[in-house]
Design a protein around this ligand. Sequence first.
Ligand SMILES: [Zn+2]
Length: 310
Amino acid sequence: MLDILTHPAVSGLLVMTLVGALAYKLHFVDISGLIGAFVVGFTIWYTGGVVSFVIILFFFMSAGLATKVKYKEKAKQNLAQEGKGKRSWINVFGSGIIPMIFSIGMYLTGPEIAPELAAVGWPFLMFGGYIGAVATTSADTLASEIGVFSKSKPRLITNLRRKVPRGTIGAVSLLGEGVALFAGLFIGVIALIFALFAPGLVPAVTTPVHLVVLVPMSVLTAFIGCNLDSLFGAVLQNRFVCEICGAVTDKEFHCNYETKYVGGFKSFTNMHVNLGSSGMGATLGIVLGAGLFVWILGGLFFWIAASSSS
Ligand SMILES: [Zn+2]
């Protein structure tokens, strides 16, 4: 009986039923979002193991909670997620598809299926891509949901001298940047704690270098990915201007009036921006996972040592 329960397919179904019921009860998702979350969550549990699941669960729950924080206040200022903050399947796949691909990648390059690839560290590269994607998405979501409470007006990422109204596409604030760093730190620490105390649940981590890389990899991908997201948004995304308050948004209505199209690619929505930035975050995660980070730091160290001794 216990054998059946510990089979990842069975435990995954059980865990996702619990998580799904909770998420639905808390109004984090609508029915389509619940089904999407079930597919993403189960796949990650089955292929990426417990640690990958806990990491995406952190994203999913913190994003749900952050969206609910002062929702009415955000709604009043047109800063809130639509649909009372419930995510639909489009939102869920928008943030879950790239992590899911890397989770499957971890499975396919793992020791049981591809021992030759596993022996040269492929699962860790996939894990790097996974962490990079989730850290970017978490940082971006939490920074947007919390950053709007910044006391000082945000600035435009393409022109940091320019102060812009809250909710403007490409707006950044110190509070948002801090939240992004914190999200990356949190995810890295989750991965590290698992790798140190339950290494069996983190099969991708196989060397001491992997352990050293985990936290900086997560913090850097979160921070850089989140800012890339703001940059892509400011440059590419379709933007509308509110003629009442002057805010530049992706919404066709603001301050209860229709907004005017002012620029960006018309079919380029926030979802495309998010997919692009989490793809970049994943790429960065792979690069850092490949040990480039250690080589760069090592190189820098020797360069400084060499130049200071001469
Ligand atoms: Zn407005």
